[in-house]
Design a protein around this ligand. Structure first.
Ligand SMILES: Cc1cc2nc3c(=O)[nH]c(=O)nc-3n(C[C@H](O)[C@H](O)[C@H](O)COP(=O)(O)OP(=O)(O)OC[C@H]3O[C@@H](n4cnc5c(N)ncnc54)[C@H](O)[C@@H]3O)c2cc1C
Length: 382
């Protein structure tokens, strides 16, 4: 067992952090409001080799481990949590298409090299207006009609829905079925229409909104999985490794920035950072971030080992995003009035931390997963 990053892993983190601080941090405001700039920077990320991370090398990807990927997203989040989020989402969906689905149609696999280098983009469509935390309330469905599936329904809150070339869509296997399936749906099928962007407090350069499937027809061979729930849980476990990585990068950057600021800014004739009351806050925040980082690297290691990860991943998501929320709020206070400026990076960091507490299973859902798992060991068996 080795708790320390070796040189190769450290270099992966350093490269991502340096890139994001130099090229993304200075334009975070513009990235908020300009979808075109955001797309241009996503292309830059592809050129820098940040795409296709989890896709095997022989399929055109980088063949990174979960630990290596975590380090990339943690590093990138120092300069832009939103770009780190969007990149990991793309990389996750693409890795899942390349490696998760047994018996996937060969025609779909031929698309993987284009996904691995960012030429084509994807979206994962699970959430609906009436089903967020509870996917069993899904209403969208697909019906098998000879050799094709006909898809009906509307998804909501789907990241990249307007620009995606392909969707992985989770629907019921028939109008009255309880079973869920995942279908691969090209964005250009007749009847598929993206709806309005959800105007949010963070990340509006990135489209997140509805998508309608009005009798969309795809070949039967576009079935990615007949066990939609099982596969969706696997996909969500992947996200629960990486959203914490982003949370940790954002939190660490908040502490780094506020220390740099308070090391210079004076009150009562001395730098504010010289006050013990401030240093104790820095100590508490840094300790919590380091603890979250240890849990992140452990979760990535469990994922890499192939051992069951759901419990560790839920604790990872719960802890890191709570730490990021707490740390960014405390840092905003330490920035004083500067921390209230609309354009202040700490304001974006707070909003991002809140977003990370909601996506990929809310804080409450993580507590349900962890709490049930522990309680199960002590409650009488039925
Ligand atoms: C920026 C962004 C991007 C997103 N991208 C995607 C995407 O690409 N694809 C996709 O499919 N979805 C996406 N989502 C949707 C996201 O996954 C959902 O918002 C999330 O699952 C929560 O669902 P909800 O918002 O409907 O909350 P609800 O289910 O309405 O829950 C509301 C509140 O009740 C709490 N709650 C619910 N049930 C319980 C319970 N049993 N016990 C205690 N508390 C409970 C929740 O934790 C939450 O605080 C995105 C969301 C955001 C904000």
């Amino acid at each position: 067992m080795n708790f320390l990053l070796d040189k190769e892993h450290q270099a992966i983190f350093d490269k991502a952090k340096a890139y994001s601080l130099e090229y993304l941090a200075p334009i975070t405001q513009q990235l908020e409001s300009s979808p075109d700039l955001l797309k241009e920077k996503m292309k830059d990320l592809a050129e820098q080799g940040f795409y296709g991370l989890g896709i095997p090398i022989d399929m055109g990807g980088k063949g990174y481990s979960y630990l290596q990927m975590s380090l990339v997203y943690e590093g990138l989040a120092h300069g832009s949590g939103i770009m780190a989020f969007l990149l990991q989402l793309q990389n996750n969906i693409n890795m899942e298409i390349a490696t998760f689905y047994e018996g996937i149609a060969p025609e779909i696999l031929t698309l993987v090299p284009d996904l691995a280098c960012g030429n084509k983009t994807t979206a994962f469509a699970l959430t609906e207006g009436g089903s967020g935390c509870d996917p069993s309330a899904t209403e969208a469905y697909a019906e098998l009609d000879g050799d094709v599936y006909r898809i009906h329904g509307t998804k909501d809150w789907i990241t990249n829905a307007k620009d995606a070339d392909y969707f992985n869509v989770m629907v019921k296997d028939g109008k009255d079925s309880k079973n869920m399936i995942i279908l691969f749906v090209p964005a250009n099928v007749p009847g598929l229409r993206s709806l309005e962007n959800r105007e949010r407090m963070i990340g509006n350069g990135m489209f997140v909104g509805g998508v309608e499937f009005d009798n969309c027809v795809v070949p039967k061979s576009n079935l990615l999985s007949a066990e939609g729930f099982k596969e969706a849980l696997k996909a969500i476990d992947v996200a629960r490794v990486f959203t914490p990585a982003i949370a940790i990068g954002v939190a660490q950057q908040a502490v780094d920035s506020v220390c740099a600021y308070l090391g210079q800014r004076e009150s009562f004739g001395k730098p504010i950072l010289t006050n013990q009351g401030v240093q104790w806050q820095v100590a508490e925040m840094t300790t919590k971030i380091e603890a979250a980082r240890c849990l992140l690297y452990k979760t990535a290691a469990v994922m890499d080992s192939g051992e069951p990860v759901a419990l560790t991943a839920a604790m990872n998501k719960l802890f890191a995003t709570d730490v990021a929320m707490e740390v960014t709020v405390r840092c905003a206070q330490l920035f004083g009035a500067e921390g209230l400026m609309k354009s202040a990076p700490i304001v974006q960091a707070m909003a991002l931390a809140k977003m990370l507490q909601v996506i990929d299973g809310t804080t409450e859902i993580q507590k349900i997963v962890v709490g049930r798992s522990i309680a199960r060991q002590y409650l009488p068996r039925k």
